[in-house]
Design a protein. Structure first.
Length: 235
């Protein structure tokens, strides 16, 4: 009878084990609702505003602009730096943004003016000589300042020396139309002093620590502009 009772109990719940298996399996398959809710509740980063990113760029894009606009902008910078030489006690930071276009234009113009007044057989030699004297002299003056401990960069020094030729270029223009030596002499003296004063003023900030060697650094500048001024005077 006991065996019969046990069998009847087993027959009463034939799917009990299957139900327990299904419950455990469902527990494994069913996703974790709390985990999913936590993941979905995590705030997303705010969207990036393209206009804001672009507005933070303050540089000047010159890739798509016409060549004429680029040339005119560079010519305006050259003119601004040349005029700054005429007022050396003004903003001396202008020539810190160095370039070699201005010195090249001034050098070519000076060499062209001096070669025009020379005899036809000597015009090429004078043009070449002036060009070499200007660039080689500027390089020697700069190298001398660097060897003495000047902190100015090489190209910045060449830029300053080249732009400070502008007053001497004015003297060459006057000499082109005035043949009288004694009339050109005062103009040459004034422009020589102006170029030398402007050059020393712009370069003095990098040579303040030279102390007693300042004369050795400044003397080549006086000599350089004297040679160029003498070429203009005797042309």
């Amino acid at each position: 009878m006991a065996n019969t009772a046990d069998l009847s109990k087993q027959n009463d719940n034939p799917f009990e084990e299957s139900n327990s298996f299904d419950n455990s399996t469902a527990a494994l398959i069913e996703p974790d609702i709390h985990t999913t809710e936590t993941t979905q509740s995590t705030p997303l980063p705010p969207p990036v505003d393209i206009n804001t990113v672009n507005s933070s760029y303050t540089g000047e894009d010159t890739l798509d602009e016409p060549v004429s606009v680029t040339i005119m902008r560079d010519l305006k910078k050259v003119a601004n730096k040349s005029l700054q030489v005429l007022h050396p006690n003004g903003d001396r930071q202008v020539l810190r943004d160095w370039d070699l276009w201005g010195p090249l234009i001034l050098c070519l113009t000076l060499a062209l003016l001096l070669s025009i007044r020379a005899p036809e057989t000597q015009s090429v030699a004078i043009f070449t000589g002036v060009f070499v004297i200007v660039w080689l002299g500027a390089a020697i003056v700069t190298l001398n300042a660097k060897l003495l401990g000047g902190t100015i960069s090489f190209f910045q020094s060449v830029c300053v020396i080249g732009y400070c030729l502008f007053p001497i270029l004015v003297s060459a223009i006057v000499a082109t139309f005035v043949d009288l030596f004694w009339a050109r002499l005062p103009v040459a003296i004034v422009t020589y002093g102006w170029s030398t004063y402007a050059s020393v003023g712009f370069m003095s900030e990098s040579q303040v620590h030279l102390d007693k060697r300042r004369t050795l650094a400044v003397y080549p500048i006086f000599l350089f502009y004297f040679v160029v001024t003498w070429l203009v005077l005797i042309s």
